[in-house]
Design a binder for this molecule. Structure first.
Ligand SMILES: Cc1cc2nc3c(=O)[nH]c(=O)nc-3n(C[C@H](O)[C@H](O)[C@H](O)COP(=O)(O)OP(=O)(O)OC[C@H]3O[C@@H](n4cnc5c(N)ncnc54)[C@H](O)[C@@H]3O)c2cc1C
Length: 442
């Protein structure tokens, strides 16, 4: 340590990375702490879960991202608690880390509305491990169906339920439909993968509720054209290893995916700070923690209100804008300059893709749907990826899928063992639960 002001950033997601980028050249020493060694581009996670992209195409080692920044130290560690009086973090290995300024950008995870017991049956999508678990379950369902003689069991294996009709649920449903109906048919002999049922269940009255109503209806029509059954206004009331109950009916399905509900990281609990009902820390308008101007909370871990009283949405551009704003505040303080005015969020628009040539974009002032929206969605995502190699590789993969309907990342990888008669990773077990667990082979 040089004795310079020490900024500790916890979380190398969109918010944390932007803070560090925007502090380049400032008279500070920065430590970025993350419990994973990679930054993950979550908007394309569903593509890793549905065999379109490989995990390494949407994640980058954090250490490598800052290799040219001698002011940045990267620590692979999990923060367990914070002593705000001593201004230090307690890390998972028992060590501590002192800070002068702390930026908490620890994000959020999916939540099960109080039904945590459902998680093993209905995995959600947040990490690369989640994506490879889901990819494995989807592909394995087809493999098991090919071996299955019992018609009812085979039908359950070929039924894929997605719970939640927001962008992730819609994108997953569309991608699984394309996988089953366009990519896989020629590969199997005993089953017709085109007969797979993909059922999207949404408790509310429409899919993509954050979008304008006409875009929601377009998304629903597009899903139905792809062969997805869209069930609206019916919350799932039970979730089991062999199916779900919704609208009072039981649907036999071996693969259930969870795309509903959010629970923030425990940043607010660490600080004993006020939080909303999903655990997001209620930050001040300048994104500091109430009573602690030296601590900032940003991105999905925090909630801050816009002038109209609506919360800033939990999306990547918001986390990035907050990260940039916090860097500006820190710089101003170091230079003794007046603090910038309160954080002001600029909403650029909402994007979601439903399948090949089908997407919706809501810029507010203009709404787009169909092929043009799909191309724009593709260019925007390639632009925001990190590194030329990943951009090229993703673009080539997408062009290949576009032209040939072939998805290259169709590997079933497990945490241990090989196929032993039945599923090597029994449904109802979470990644890492297996007693045969060994080193990850993703
Ligand atoms: C499947 C999916 C699809 C999405 N699609 C879109 C989209 O299309 N467009 C869009 O704008 N947004 C999308 N989002 C939302 C967007 O990804 C988030 O809003 C954004 O990632 C929030 O950034 P963040 O920096 O707050 O948190 P994150 O990006 O989630 O980063 C949090 C980081 O903190 C680390 N961390 C957490 N706890 C600890 C701890 N205790 N110790 C150390 N490190 C810790 C994590 O490992 C992680 O690296 C999607 C999210 C998901 C899950």
């Amino acid at each position: 340590m040089t004795g310079a002001h020490h900024v500790v950033v916890v979380g190398a997601g969109f918010g944390g990375l932007e803070t560090v980028h925007q502090l380049a050249g400032a008279p500070v020493e920065i430590t970025i702490v993350d419990r994973r060694n990679h930054h993950l581009f979550q908007p394309l996670l569903y593509q890793a879960a549905t065999a379109s992209l490989a995990p390494s195409e949407i994640a980058w080692p954090i250490r490598h991202l800052f290799r040219r920044r001698s002011d940045v130290t990267t620590l692979l560690a999990s923060v367990e608690s914070i002593d705000k009086e001593a201004r230090q973090l307690q890390l998972g290995d028992g060590s501590t880390l002192r800070y002068d300024t702390l930026v908490l950008a620890t994000g959020a995870r999916h939540a099960y509305f109080g039904h945590d017991a459902w998680e093993p049956f209905a995995p959600g999508l947040k990490t690369l491990e989640d994506a490879t678990t889901i990819r494995g379950r989807i592909l394995l369902a087809f493999e098991e169906a090919e071996r299955e003689d019992d018609e009812a069991k085979r039908a359950a294996l070929l039924t894929f339920v997605i719970v939640g009709g927001g962008p992730t649920g819609v994108e997953l449903a569309g991608a699984i439909a394309e996988l089953a109906h366009a990519t896989l048919p020629g590969d199997f002999r005993r089953i017709d993968t085109r007969r797979a049922r993909i059922v999207l269940i949404e408790a509310g009255p429409r899919v993509l509720p954050a979008f304008a109503e006409d875009l929601s209806s377009y998304a629903q029509d597009s899903l139905e054209q792809l062969g997805v059954e869209v069930m609206l206004g019916q919350p799932v009331s039970e979730c089991h290893a062999d199916g779900v109950v919704f609208g009072g009916e039981r649907l036999a399905a071996v693969t259930i995916l969870w795309a509903a509900g959010v629970q923030s990281s425990p940043a607010a609990q660490w600080l004993d700070a006020p939080a909303d009902k999903v655990g997001r820390l209620k930050a001040e308008p300048d994104l500091t923690v109430p009573g602690h101007p030296e601590i900032f909370a940003i991105g999905d871990a925090a909630i801050v209100l816009r002038p109209d009283g609506q919360p800033v949405p939990g999306i990547a551009p918001a986390a990035k804008q907050e990260g940039a704003y916090v860097a500006k505040v820190i710089r101003a303080r170091l230079h003794g300059a007046p603090a910038p005015s309160s954080f002001h969020y600029k909403h650029a628009g909402d994007l979601a893709t439903i399948g090949k040539r089908r997407a919706v974009i809501d810029f507010g002032w203009i709404k787009l749907k169909g092929a043009l929206a799909w191309w724009l969605w593709g260019f925007a995502h390639i632009y925001f990826l990190i590194g030329v190699r990943n951009r090229l590789s993703v673009a080539i993969n997408w062009l290949w899928i576009y032209a040939r309907d072939q998805r290259g990342a169709r590997l079933i990888t497990w945490w241990g063992g090989e196929v032993e008669g039945t599923a090597p990773f029994p449904r109802g077990e979470k990644a890492g639960d297996s007693s045969r667990e060994r080193a990850p082979r993703v």
